[in-house]
Design a protein around this ligand. Structure first.
Ligand code: FAD
Ligand code: NAP
Length: 345
């Protein structure tokens, strides 16, 4: 039986600390926090008419700039169910509160392919379609089948196909027209039983596989390499508070890029189309001298300029001020707008 568990003693007044619920480790408060274990729990929560409220999964893609005026729904919906399978593929429906990396590990233990490049990304399965999580040349849309979500205004369950989700680079319909309108309850992925559509050309992966003399990698081999690379470059939120890449990589017009290239011959780029290129935001930020800076309790990570960090007692407001300073400087020097990837609350 599922239960609706509320911290009823802390329901009113700004008393419930969200520090354990966000990977920046920021000590913001909310009026009350509800753990939701099923779609039914969420419907019951809606009936309580506790508004406004926000949904949290792993809290690894949010910046709390202050206390939350309202309630927090903490998603804990679990379960991994095989829906369908044939010789080639397997369709798996996953509870949105499952930990993403644990789901990836489940797929590897079943010798499945498709999720290996997305190993060690923090957060929950339900948040993965929100920004179409991606790493090392793969995005979750590559194996996404569909999802179920509850429409907050009506309590109705709606099924979303891949086409309707409108996935893009760190984008989906849920970050745009459907923002804050749905609670995702489960996501169905279609994984491969044999090595298919492997993405191992991405610089660091190819180099590490070669170093290990692995020429026909399994999904577990690739996952191990990804985990190794990530551990060597990215701060562990359990040790240093962060939310991964703070900004998205900007896509700029090719002519703009060519003019920057004259002034900055080393500027890296990756083609997006004939007329546009992606420029790593981390490179731009590093050129401006922000990499590794420390401002009292916060700063920019020393190994990755795209990651803003909280060294312990920083405030969300300070992190946001630093982010805006970086954003303004990038605009001033390179005439490029870098947009936050992290959800600012
Ligand atoms: P949260 O931060 O809890 O929520 C994010 C947003 O989604 C919020 O707006 C929230 O309201 C909404 N939301 C969450 N769950 C639901 C739901 N069930 N229904 C409706 N709305 C919901 N991201 C990448 O894409 N690639 C990476 O390689 C990557 N690496 C990272 C590395 C580190 C060290 C860290 C800290 C973060 C990284 N991220 C990366 C960012 C983050 O892990 C992902 O965006 C992740 O999907 C967020 O999941 P979450 O459950 O923590 O979401
Ligand atoms: P990196 O390898 O140092 O590369 C820097 C940037 O260049 C990346 O952001 C990546 O863009 C781009 N890039 C590098 N090689 C590329 C190629 N062959 N084709 C296209 N683009 C290329 O990056 P990193 O910081 O160590 O991160 C490694 C991967 O993990 C990246 O894909 C990154 O997106 C992902 N990651 C994401 C987060 C997050 O919070 N979103 C945090 C950590 C790592 P893309 O980002 O578009 O891939």
């Amino acid at each position: 039986m599922t239960t609706l568990k509320a911290h009823s003693d802390q329901l009113f007044g700004l008393e419930t600390s969200l520090k354990p619920y966000n990977t920046f480790g920021l000590d913001a408060h909310c009026s009350g926090l509800y753990h939701i274990y099923s779609a039914k729990d969420f419907i019951e929560f809606l009936h309580k008419e506790l508004t406004p409220f926000r949904i949290i999964g792993g809290g690894s893609n949010i910046l709390l700039t202050g206390d939350i005026n309202g309630y927090i729904v903490k998603n804990e919906i679990k379960g991994i169910h095989i829906e369908e399978e044939n010789d080639e593929t397997i369709q798996v429906r996953v509870g949105s509160g499952e930990i993403w990396h644990q789901f990836v590990m489940w797929s590897l233990s079943h010798r499945l392919y498709g999720l290996e490049n997305l190993s060690l990304i923090p957060g929950t399965v339900g948040a993965a379609p929100m920004q179409n999580i991606g790493a090392y040349g793969i995005e979750q849309e590559h194996v996404f089948h569909s999802l179920n979500a509850i429409e907050i205004a009506t309590g109705k369950i709606v099924n979303f196909s891949k086409e309707v989700c409108m996935f893009g680079y760190r984008e989906s319909i849920f970050k745009n027209t459907h923002k804050d309108k749905y609670f995702i309850t489960d996501v169905t992925y279609c994984l491969y039983k044999k090595p298919q559509r492997l993405h191992i050309a991405y610089g660091a992966i190819a180099e590490t596989l070669q170093m290990k003399h692995i020429s026909n990698p399994t999904s577990s081999d690739i996952s191990e390499v990804v985990i190794e690379i990530r551990k060597s470059k990215l701060p562990d939120p359990k040790i240093i508070g962060n939310a991964g890449s703070f900004f998205k990589n900007p896509v700029i017009d090719i002519n703009h890029y060519k003019s920057l290239k004259i002034q900055y011959p080393d500027i890296p780029s990756y083609p997006v189309s004939e007329s546009a290129v992606k420029v790593p935001a981390g490179w731009l930020i590093e050129q401006l001298g922000f990499k590794g800076i420390i401002r009292e309790n916060i700063g920019v990570h020393k190994k990755q300029a795209l990651v803003l960090v909280n060294y312990g007692n920083g405030s969300g407001r300070d992190i946001w001020n630093l982010a805006m300073e970086i954003q303004n400087k990038v605009r001033e020097v390179f005439s490029i707008d870098i947009a936050p990837e992290v959800n600012i609350w």
